[in-house]
Design a protein around this ligand. Structure first.
Ligand code: GDP
Length: 445
């Protein structure tokens, strides 16, 4: 039905086969297509526009990985950015169901899949989390809805609150709470009535129920196929009732999942689950990377770029190790190591990560050894010529003076750096000679 984004981009990028950094023009061309793809996937216009703008800034100037095209690279960047937006904080599937009995309020429009989802979630809580669950239908307008929940309960082996004809929703909620306390249930779930559209009476009713039970979770069930409408519904429910999360149903259909992106961007609420069918076990926790792949329709390209990046990194690391073990550890290598240290949060960061080293990190800092020292060492290396960096043996007195002065430091500072470099080079050479096997034995002694 939809033209695949990879097909769409294919034409544009056939001529962009050069390597190197992504130019602003490359990125713009690619993102124009990405924007159309987002709109086709039912992402709302303002959300698509904001998103593309953010990616544009991020992507321009980024290096293109060898063996992929700029277009493929842009897709990978877009994919990662989508995941960033889609991923909420913490564990998406985690529900607050401590302090038994924990009330869960299920809200949404009629036909969104609310009752089905209530059953699915109850089954999951029972089987995965070992919770004792009580279900209650508050849909007093459609007796069939109450029966539907009772049948579902029987099917999944979860208790339902006995139906008392003529009772009001708030009273049913109170009765459910009472029953949950007396019966020793961990969780009780209230399946509220839905309407075809949002109306005041319905909202008021849900508000009253909310005030009676103070739900630990208020989950909005929306039909993932309705796109923009789903987002509007979520905004309304959140403004009036306050929701803690969203369940997107019918994600097994051929919707492109754009609603998920708009939903997250507009409401800021986490998408906790997706419904993937009518059966009681067709409920999964929300996985941002799956939806991102679906919106773009090009998981293959993302995998390709990832693989290319990994291969290149592995090749680089291997080449470096080979040189080091032959004693070829030059100033460029040392600079890279120092920069790596800074990236990992400097001395303090590295030591803080090692168990028991937290205190020592503080001592090191108190002794005046901090990131500024690493930065000064890098400055010394930057003050060397290309030749000197590649071959530190060249460094005699006059050169040393020039380098130190260039970095605004003393020759003694440079000597310290050179000593450190020699020690590291020796150590790596030794490691190379010992080989892996011996090194292990040494470590076991
Ligand atoms: P409610 O009115 O919101 O309670 O909606 P129901 O739970 O009765 O669901 C309406 C219809 O949608 C039923 O036929 C369900 O089987 C179906 N349904 C619910 N969730 C899903 C889903 O994730 N995928 C599919 N394909 N159908 C679903």
């Amino acid at each position: 039905m939809f033209e695949n984004l990879s097909e769409r981009l294919g034409g544009v990028f056939d001529r962009l086969t050069k390597q190197g950094a992504l130019s602003e023009e490359d990125v713009k061309t690619a993102l124009r297509e990405v924007r159309v793809a987002l709109l086709e996937a039912d992402v709302s216009l303002p959300v698509a526009r904001d998103f593309v703008k953010k990616v544009q800034e991020q992507a321009t100037g980024q290096a293109v990985t060898k063996s992929v095209t700029p277009g493929q690279q842009v897709v990978k960047i877009v994919h990662d950015a989508l995941i960033d937006v889609l991923r909420g904080e913490g564990d998406p599937g985690a529900l607050k169901v401590d302090n038994p009995p924990a009330p869960i309020l299920m809200v949404g429009l009629q036909g969104s899949g609310k009752t089905t989802t209530t059953g699915k979630l109850a089954k999951r809580l029972k089987e995965k989390d070992g919770k004792r669950v009580l279900l209650a239908s508050l849909d007093v307008y459609r007796p069939a809805a109450m029966d539907q929940l009772a049948v579902l309960g029987q099917q999944i082996g979860v208790d339902t609150l006995p139906i008392v004809p003529g009772q009001k929703p708030v009273d049913i909620a109170k009765r459910a709470k009472q029953q949950a306390v007396m019966g020793g249930y961990d969780v009780y779930m209230l399946d509220t009535a839905g309407r075809l559209q949002i109306d005041e009476v319905l909202m008021q009713e849900v508000e009253d129920v909310r005030d009676v039970v103070s739900p630990r979770e208020t989950l909005l069930v929306v039909d993932g196929l309705t796109g923009q409408v789903a987002v509007e519904v979520a905004e309304e429910f959140d403004n009036k009732i306050g929701i803690s999360g969203v369940v997107l149903t019918r994600m097994d259909g051929d919707g492109r999942g754009g609603a998920a992106l708009s939903m997250r961007a507009v409401t800021g609420k986490p998408i906790k689950y997706v419904g993937l069918g009518e059966k009681m076990d067709a409920l999964e926790t929300f996985e941002p990377d799956r939806i991102a792949g679906r919106i773009l329709g090009m998981g293959d390209i993302v995998a390709l770029v990832e693989k290319a990046q990994e291969t290149i990194e592995a090749e680089q690391a291997e080449r470096m190790m080979k040189r080091f073990t032959k004693g070829q550890f030059n100033m460029n290598d040392l600079k890279m190591q120092l920069e790596q240290m800074l990236k990992m949060g400097g001395m303090e960061g590295i030591m803080g990560m090692m168990p028991g080293m937290g205190k020592m990190a503080k001592q090191v800092q108190d002794a005046g050894f901090d990131d500024s020292i690493i930065k000064r060492q890098i400055a010394l290396i930057q003050s060397m010529t290309k030749k000197e960096r590649a071959n530190p043996a060249l460094l005699q007195a006059s050169r040393k003076k020039r380098i130190a002065a260039g970095a605004g430091q003393q020759v003694s500072d440079l000597n310290k750096l050179l000593k450190m470099h020699r020690q590291m080079a020796d150590m790596m050479k030794k490691m190379g000679k010992m080989g892996k096997g011996k090194m292990m034995k040494q470590a076991m002694k």
